[in-house]
Ligand binder design. Structure first.
Ligand SMILES: *[C@@H]1O[C@H](CO)[C@@H](O)[C@H](O)[C@H]1NC(C)=O
Ligand SMILES: *[C@@H]1O[C@H](CO)[C@@H](O)[C@H](O)[C@H]1NC(C)=O
Length: 443
């Protein structure tokens, strides 16, 4: 069922775990129960609020007679060249994607969206991941629902609805940047083929029409947003020279920030991911000449090296980053942050001050990018994570706005050079249009 896709995106099932040797786990069982309950409620809410958009207008259905009665559901396509290109998921299964053909004026335009889902940083966490949908295509649904930036409905997706749209499934655990040289030489327990998956995928898409692209946009959320940033210039290079190519990272700007206990939780975690999967080979060369490889996994260190026009959709209070980078459970043994992390409205004034500091760090590290003439941004003050793939946050009557513009409208203004598109929201709780995650609901 397509609905089962939603929690995978909303809540990365594999948040950073502590390094090997630690006896703590990042998310307690109780925490997981809470998340599971909250997800159930959210899905019900979304199912309800989505109805307005499922009353498809006639225009899109009649202009594309090839769409079936369930045009939102798009089948999985395994990579036909996987064996030839040595491109495999963590468990050795064949990776793949979902493709909805473009139509009308969009038939030569392509939007690729890279799925998110955290990373694995140890042999143990990669071994458990390979038994999930994030490490093996064996567990992937045969079809998924396309919504938000992937929707074919012009009401939901005004600028990209008729483009060729591809959802790229994530099953390598390292933002499509792993290399086989790092696999164990003594067996094939785990495949680190992220970069090879991306190469094979681009090859296949080029052969089914991408070679003819006039306009293209590489997007992705969370670990897929980070993949978008890492591979943005590569994407540009493999496309036709005269194509208009841009990149949009959603919630992919992971900050290298110490946690509230002063520990380098995320830096240590990224260090392990980068070394385990041999990621350095995929990272920006200029950055690598300046600092250690794992630091070049942080967008703040290489964003200035990205030559392709770039847009950042990012919440200033990214709940994934707050729960896993700023206030990991191990750094809050008294659980004094528990309610605040479940619902931002439950934070006390001193906790809010810490969150404002996190927002300030984000804005500081984006100050140079803000001057980038070809760049765009939508930094809203919401407690949320990915915002492009759901109609409710991407473009709807009730979706988050800055200066009365939705994310979809702002991204469209940037992509088509209609007007400058650099929106930074005032600090929480100033924006009443926010879609804030509430993990307390339904308890
Ligand atoms: C295979 O390699 C891994 C990693 O180097 C090591 O931990 C493991 O013990 C080895 N297994 C065998 C059977 O040699
Ligand atoms: C905001 O935009 C909507 C259309 O998207 C418009 O109807 C409304 O009047 C605008 N509100 C303001 C305050 O400009």
């Amino acid at each position: 069922m397509a609905n089962q896709q939603r929690p995978t995106h909303l809540h990365h099932p594999t948040p950073p775990r502590p390094r090997l040797g630690s006896c703590l786990t990042s998310w307690s069982k109780r925490d997981w129960t809470i998340v599971a309950a909250a997800v159930a409620v959210i899905i019900l809410t979304l199912a309800h609020t989505s109805r307005y958009s499922s009353s498809l207008n006639n225009k899109s259905s009649t202009s594309n007679p090839s769409l079936s009665s369930h045009p939102d559901f798009v089948p999985f396509t395994p990579l036909a060249n996987a064996h030839q290109k040595f491109a495999f998921c963590l468990d050795g299964s064949v990776p793949g994607y979902h493709l909805q053909k473009g139509f009308g004026s969009g038939s030569q335009n392509w939007l690729l969206h890279i799925e998110g889902g955290g990373w694995c940083n140890t042999i143990a966490s990669c071994l458990s991941r390979k038994r999930t949908v994030l490490g093996s295509s064996k567990y992937m649904d045969s079809q998924v629902q396309f919504s938000g930036i992937l929707s074919h409905d012009p009401l939901q997706n005004p600028d990209f609805f008729n483009w060729n749209k591809v959802k790229i499934r994530y099953c390598d655990g390292a933002s499509f940047a792993g290399h086989p040289e790092s696999e164990f030489k003594n067996g094939t327990e785990l495949f680190f083929r992220g970069q090879l998956i991306l190469d094979a995928l681009m090859d296949q898409l080029l052969s089914v029409g991408l070679f003819d692209a006039r306009q293209a946009l590489l997007t992705g959320c969370s670990a897929g947003g980070l993949a978008t940033l890492i591979h943005c210039d590569y994407f540009h290079e493999v496309l036709p020279k005269d194509a208009n190519v841009k990149c949009l990272a959603d919630a992919g700007f992971f900050l290298n920030e110490k946690d509230i206990a002063g520990k380098q939780t995320i830096e240590n975690f990224y260090h392990d991911v980068v070394h385990l999967q041999g990621i350095a080979k995929s990272l920006n060369k200029d950055c690598l000449s300046r600092m250690e490889p794992h630091k070049c996994f942080f967008p703040e260190e290489f964003i200035k090296n990205i030559k392709t026009p770039l847009f950042l959709v990012h919440p200033a209070y990214d709940f994934w980053q707050i729960r896993n980078i700023l206030i990991p459970d191990e750094s809050d043994p008294q659980q004094s942050w528990l309610r605040c992390k479940l619902n931002i409205f439950k934070c006390n004034p001193s906790q809010l001050e810490v969150l404002q500091g996190f927002r300030n760090s984000l804005l500081n590290r984006l100050s140079e990018f803000q001057q980038n003439k070809e760049g765009g941004m939508f930094i809203n003050s919401c407690y949320v994570h990915c915002q492009t793939w759901m109609a409710e946050t991407w473009h709807s009557p009730s979706s988050p706005r800055i200066n009365n513009k939705t994310i979809a409208e702002t991204v469209g203004d940037w992509y088509f050079n209609r007007k400058t598109a650099k929106e930074i929201d005032c600090p929480f709780p100033c924006n009443p249009t926010c879609y804030n995650m509430d993990f307390l609901r339904g308890l």
